[in-house]
Design a binder for this molecule. Structure first.
Ligand SMILES: *[C@@H]1O[C@H](CO)[C@@H](O)[C@H](O)[C@H]1NC(C)=O
Ligand SMILES: *[C@@H]1O[C@H](CO)[C@@H](O)[C@H](O)[C@H]1NC(C)=O
Ligand SMILES: *[C@@H]1O[C@H](CO)[C@@H](O)[C@H](O)[C@H]1NC(C)=O
Ligand SMILES: *[C@@H]1O[C@H](CO)[C@@H](O)[C@H](O)[C@H]1NC(C)=O
Ligand SMILES: *[C@@H]1O[C@H](CO)[C@@H](O)[C@H](O)[C@H]1NC(C)=O
Ligand SMILES: *[C@@H]1O[C@H](CO)[C@@H](O)[C@H](O)[C@H]1NC(C)=O
Ligand SMILES: *[C@@H]1O[C@H](CO)[C@@H](O)[C@H](O)[C@H]1NC(C)=O
Ligand SMILES: *[C@@H]1O[C@H](CO)[C@@H](O)[C@H](O)[C@H]1NC(C)=O
Length: 509
């Protein structure tokens, strides 16, 4: 299963299905969207052990940038550019990860450079009814982590050079390290604290009101009885110029961030900003190519596994891509002289197609066969060999309908109301079945193939398209819901990362 082909297939299917769907006449009915038969997965974790109760009634993201916080014990690091964040039930650790590479791979290593924790009170534990950590909010570009029993709330925004924490009532907040503290000192105003470690890192901490930071053990510093905002940042290269930039933007912080598709070929980031002044965030190299309107601080840089991250000032970004031509057929056309050879291969393939029944029940391999047949129909159109199209149409109808009607024996699509998404019948009881479809892996591949086949079939038979439109839109919305409430059965863009701007899955990082 070559990644390139699959990824290409995905982008292609995405474009094709969006354009094909636009051919299907819009019905004016405001009825609720089609839902596949609900069933409770026996293998999916309980969202309530990770998310706060107010988030449980709407679909939850899977394959998300904070997925490790909602899997198993939720105690594996996630990378937020430029820091990796790990958390236990009572503390949060930041790492500015070191990179190692060979000519074949690059990897980063988590080391807890600073760990933040706070005193827990019996009263707090009673009140919160748990000593654990919960996800209390998430947006496309941020996640909020609460430690209710220690009064800490972390706003983790992607591409923020600072980690921001709100301490909601007077609490002893500790900052400890696995390194040796060489020096720590405070500014005259007692709102900035500098900590030099023996790994060459300099970290700065900013508080929204004056405080004192005392050494409570050789590797621990403590703010006593502090409440308010604390912001923590590593100074790139311990460079005083970078430190003064961090000082300058220390009092404006992002508490959430949405990525919205506004105009064609344009994605906008809108950060919700609190505090005073302008917001400082970081852009990766692809952002820099796409940013159409931004104040870039070229000399303010962090290293990352995705290339250098550079400072950008502002709470709204506009990212504009090249126009992509959306079409069914090849963009540059096929040379007429090659038609006979293509037609001959096409006739052969369609003959084989019609005489080879599908024997697999795997959503992945079945989907691949559907998409392959659909591709033959488009090739037939392009090389003017329309007499093979009816055979392909029959093959597609026979293959696709049982999955949309729920009559396919041995497998099928079911709706998981807990996380809000599709699972396959086989995948709902076996996490290894259908390449992990039942644990929300790779939906864009499996469903992408079906959606591509459905789109082509709707193109060659619009009446069929209208008949199956509700099921078709429901399938597509599982992984390409744009999150504008047009289909509230699914989370927004299940498999696409809005900060790194690429797909997410077991096989595509
Ligand atoms: C629903 O789930 C139950 C329990 O896992 C299973 O026995 C049943 O066959 C499932 N129903 C369908 C339609 O797959
Ligand atoms: C992350 O934190 C958990 C809980 O403290 C710990 O068990 C785990 O080893 C940490 N992971 C790393 C990579 O340090
Ligand atoms: C308190 O915790 C218990 C045990 O985890 C749980 O069963 C109960 O539902 C919780 N109560 C509230 C109000 O969250
Ligand atoms: C921080 O916590 C305090 C106390 O709960 C609250 O009043 C304030 O609104 C919080 N700030 C943010 C940005 O959430
Ligand atoms: C710290 O920096 C010095 C001088 O650049 C270098 O020799 C040393 O190896 C660095 N130490 C670490 C732990 O990175
Ligand atoms: C950049 O965006 C800001 C805020 O939306 C706007 O005020 C400004 O006119 C824009 N500048 C350019 C050159 O487009
Ligand atoms: C790109 O697409 C936009 C929106 O569809 C359109 O307004 C613009 O003219 C196109 N630009 C080019 C160079 O094709
Ligand atoms: C919401 O989604 C629907 C269906 O994809 C689309 O037609 C509509 O334009 C979207 N609305 C907005 C505001 O993006």
């Amino acid at each position: 299963m070559a990644n390139n082909n699959i990824t290409y297939g995905f982008s292609f299917a995405l474009i094709i299905c969006m354009s094909a769907f636009s051919l299907i006449p819009q019905t004016t009915s405001s009825s609720s969207p089609f839902q596949f038969p609900p069933n409770t997965s026996t293998i999916l974790p309980e969202p309530s052990s990770f998310f706060s109760p107010n988030l449980l009634s709407t679909p939850l993201p899977t394959n998300s940038f904070f997925q490790n916080f909602a899997l198993n014990n939720g105690d594996k690091p996630e990378y937020f550019h430029p820091y990796s964040i790990n958390s236990s039930s009572s503390s949060l650790s930041l790492s500015y990860p070191s990179l190692s590479s060979t000519s074949a791979f690059i990897s980063q290593t988590f080391a807890p450079d600073l760990t933040i924790s706070a005193s827990q009170t019996i009263a707090n534990i009673d009140e919160a009814n748990s000593s654990h950590r919960v996800i209390s909010g998430f947006t496309d570009l941020s996640v909020t982590l609460d430690f209710p029993s220690s009064n800490l709330r972390f706003f983790l925004a992607r591409g923020s050079p600072y980690v921001t924490c709100n301490v909601s009532s007077p609490t002893a907040v500790s900052v400890s390290t696995i390194h040796a503290i060489l020096k720590s000192y405070s500014s005259n105003s007692n709102t900035k604290f500098t900590v030099q470690l023996n790994n060459n890192q300099t970290w700065v901490l900013y508080t929204s009101s004056p405080s004192t930071l005392t050494r409570s053990s050789p590797s621990t510093l403590t703010f006593d009885g502090y409440s308010g905002i604390i912001r923590i940042a590593m100074v790139p290269g311990s460079d005083p110029k970078c430190e003064s930039i961090l000082d300058r933007f220390s009092s404006a912080y992002p508490i959430s961030g949405e990525a919205v598709f506004t105009k064609s070929f344009t994605l906008e980031y809108k950060w919700e900003k609190y505090g005073r002044g302008d917001l400082l965030m970081l852009a990766h190299p692809l952002h820099l190519q796409l940013l159409s309107n931004a104040t870039v601080l070229d000399d303010f840089k962090y290293k990352s596994i995705d290339g250098d991250l550079v400072g950008v000032v502002g709470d709204s970004w506009e990212l504009r891509s090249h126009n992509v031509s959306v079409t069914w057929h090849s963009i540059k056309g096929v040379k007429q002289g090659l038609y006979p050879e293509i037609v001959s291969a096409l006739r052969h393939d369609v003959k084989v197609l019609s005489s080879t029944p599908i024997t697999t029940a795997s959503s992945y391999f079945y989907g691949k066969l559907v998409a392959r047949a659909a591709r033959l129909a488009l090739i037939a159109e392009e090389v003017d060999c329309l007499d093979v199209v009816p055979a392909i149409k029959k093959y597609l109808m026979d293959a696709i309908e049982p999955w949309l009607d729920g009559t396919f024996s041995g497998n099928g699509f079911l709706y998981d109301p807990k996380w809000g998404g599709l699972v396959t019948k086989q995948g709902s009881t076996d996490r290894g079945a259908d390449f992990g479809f039942g644990v929300y892996n790779d939906h864009h591949f499996h469903i992408g193939y079906f959606v591509y086949g459905i789109s082509v079939l709707a193109k060659i038979d619009p009446a069929w398209g209208i008949k199956y439109k509700p099921q078709a839109y429901s399938l597509a919305a599982d992984f390409i819901n744009l999150g504008n409430q047009s289909n509230s059965n699914y989370p927004k863009l299940r498999c696409f990362d809005m900060y790194t701007l690429h797909l997410l899955g077991w096989r595509t990082g």
